[in-house]
Design a protein around this ligand. Sequence first.
Ligand SMILES: [Zn+2]
Length: 66
Amino acid sequence: MQYLFWLVLAALFVLFAGTLYWSSRRNSVRSNAQEKDLEEWTCPTCGFQVQMGTECIYCGEKKSAF
Ligand SMILES: [Zn+2]
């Protein structure tokens, strides 16, 4: 029965490590997206410098991937 105990322990550890890895990956992806949203960008249509967000508040142009 000792073998079964270690098997369960190993399975729990893998599950725990996987959850930790997954949540940390998701958090970093989310913070990266937030940083991009907070980045300053210049609207290519009207030249207005947008301080925040992905849409120009002056002409409504969406931030393009450049
Ligand atoms: Zn604009």
